[in-house]
Design a protein around this ligand. Structure first.
Ligand code: ZN
Ligand code: FE
Length: 254
């Protein structure tokens, strides 16, 4: 089994620890900080084998150097980000496979938020670690890519099996739900999800992970083909990628 532990850090970041109970191998996904990771490793008696970085932003790689220094772990990141992922050991490209014990993940490149962004898809474990590309009911801002690039990246994630769990790197769901309702107020699944999220946040519980299925029903950035949404944005005759670009612009100013 692959154990997944979610560590909330900073204002709204999540670090994930993945542990294979058979081999004992353990990976940290996007360690913003070293100390919380070391603490959880210690609690469980685990040794850190790998760091998996999705992109170069400091709230995703901030713990790299200290963790490598303390544990000797191997750092994996995108080939395109080789020059800006601190202490990277192995650079990977689209379609490459990485292992944690016998668990395998496929690397998928998802440019848009940054040019070198990658995600890690564990097909047999139904788990996607998607950094800042896809959020619960949202998507990353366009810092280094075009709307077309991010839209294409999201098309790949949209096509993953419906029960895939979406482990994104930020707790942005409440604000994202508010925006989603502003562009699709009559979406019943979305109304229901908003209530669920408010309840969980009121009790200080995470709203991550969701599933691809839930995102298809509620995430406006997965729903650019919804007639109701297009109607509300006055773009019934626009190409899907244009609807997406408009949504991204609206969200930037929300
Ligand atoms: Zn980022
Ligand atoms: Fe981030």
């Amino acid at each position: 089994m692959l154990d997944i532990i979610q560590i909330p850090v900073l204002t709204d970041n999540y670090i994930y620890l993945l542990h294979d109970t058979v081999s004992g191998e353990t990976a940290a996904v996007d360690p913003a900080l070293a100390e919380p990771v070391l603490r959880v490793l210690n609690q469980h008696g685990w040794q850190l084998t790998y760091i998996l970085n999705t992109h170069h932003h400091s709230d995703h790689v901030g713990g790299n150097l200290e963790l490598k220094h303390q544990t000797g772990c191997q750092i994996i990141g995108a080939k395109a980000d080789k020059h800006r992922i601190p202490a990277i050991d192995r650079s990977v490209q689209d379609g490459e496979i990485i292992n944690i014990g016998k668990h395998t993940a496929k690397v998928i490149t998802t440019a848009g938020h940054t040019s070198g962004h990658i995600v890690y898809y564990f097909a047999d474990d139904n788990a996607l670690f998607c950094g800042d590309t896809l959020f619960v009911m949202g998507c990353g801002r366009l810092f280094e890519g075009s709307a077309t690039e991010l839209w294409q990246s999201l098309q790949t994630l949209k096509a993953l099996p419906a029960d895939t769990r979406v482990y994104c790197a930020h707790e942005y769901s409440e604000n994202n739900a508010r925006f989603a309702l502003s562009v699709e107020p009559d979406n019943l699944a979305l109304q229901q999800k908003m209530r669920q999220i408010q309840e969980r946040r009121a009790n200080n519980l995470p709203t991550v992970p969701s599933t691809i299925d839930e995102e298809l029903a509620t995430n406006p950035f997965f729903r650019e083909d919804s007639p109701a949404l297009q109607n509300n944005l006055n773009c019934e005759n626009s190409a899907p990628v244009e609807v997406f670009a408009k949504l991204r612009r609206l969200k930037d100013n929300f």
